[in-house]
Design a protein around this ligand. Structure first.
Ligand code: G3P
Ligand code: CA
Length: 241
């Protein structure tokens, strides 16, 4: 089965990384959502992609220079469309409280902007440890050290290593103790690489696929997940599950 993840929620239809985009993903019958987290000035975890608030809010400045309380007061939907003016930045806790009420898979990317420290992993895992079911949750990152730390803190959490390029078998073997899968940029995908990744006992997800023809091509393979801004690409191809 290939799980279709809505990238930052259904971000083609609603402002990214808001409850509106996450709920839209459910409405569009995505199998999962992908989202991004970072550490705030007061070492809380907040759901946002960019290192600054500049693009998605009316404010300016780095996430690391704001407290959680300041960030969650910020509207972050108006940039997308005025109908989303009431949507705000949310905390990881708010995301998990929402997620607990759903059956959708969740893929949280631990953002690795230069200033982040490993407190991000500790605080995120601490919050995940309060959940009853972790089977449908993945923590992903471009930073292998984050994933190593995740496994050390809780070996039951699935970890996905994000990469823009195919990693050699030698490199993959180095990380095997603490990664469960690879999240590969779709342009680097080949069916041969899929076989090699599966041969090592790892799963393979592709990001971020917004072209309907390519989407269809990947669905014909054994790829385990596809991350897309538009989960309706599946139904536009007449595919129900
Ligand atoms: O999960 C893959 C993808 O989200 C990584 O790129 O920049 O959209 O976080 P980005
Ligand atoms: Ca991401």
């Amino acid at each position: 089965m290939t799980v279709i993840y809505a990238h930052r929620g259904a971000s083609k239809y609603a402002p990214e990384n808001t409850l509106a985009s996450f709920n839209k993903a459910i409405a569009l019958e995505a199998g999962g959502i992908e989202t991004d987290v970072q550490l705030t000035k007061d070492h809380a975890v907040v759901v946002i992609h960019d290192p600054t608030i500049d693009r998605t809010t009316a404010g300016r400045g780095k996430i690391k220079d704001y407290t959680l309380q300041e960030l969650v007061a910020l509207p972050n939907g108006k940039w997308f469309d005025p109908t989303f003016s009431d949507d705000k930045i949310i905390s990881l806790k708010a995301l998990l409280d929402w997620w607990k009420t759903t059956t959708i898979y969740l893929n949280i990317e631990l953002k690795s902007h230069r200033y982040n420290d490993r407190g991000l992993v500790e605080e995120t895992v601490k919050q995940l440890n309060t959940l009853k079911h972790l089977e449908t949750l993945t923590l992903s990152s471009f930073n292998a050290l984050y994933l190593k730390q995740v496994k050390a803190l809780n070996p039951n959490i699935t970890t996905g290593f994000l990469t823009k390029k195919q990693l050699s078998e030698r490199t993959l073997r180095k990380h095997l103790d603490y990664i469960d899968g690879i999240h590969l940029h779709y342009k680097a995908f080949t069916t041969d690489y899929l076989k090699r990744v599966h041969g090592l006992g790892l799963y393979l997800y592709l990001y971020t696929v917004n072209d309907d023809v390519l989407f269809n091509d990947y669905l014909q393979t054994d790829v385990d997940g596809i991350i897309t801004d538009d989960p309706t690409l599946r139904s536009s191809l007449g595919i129900d599950d």
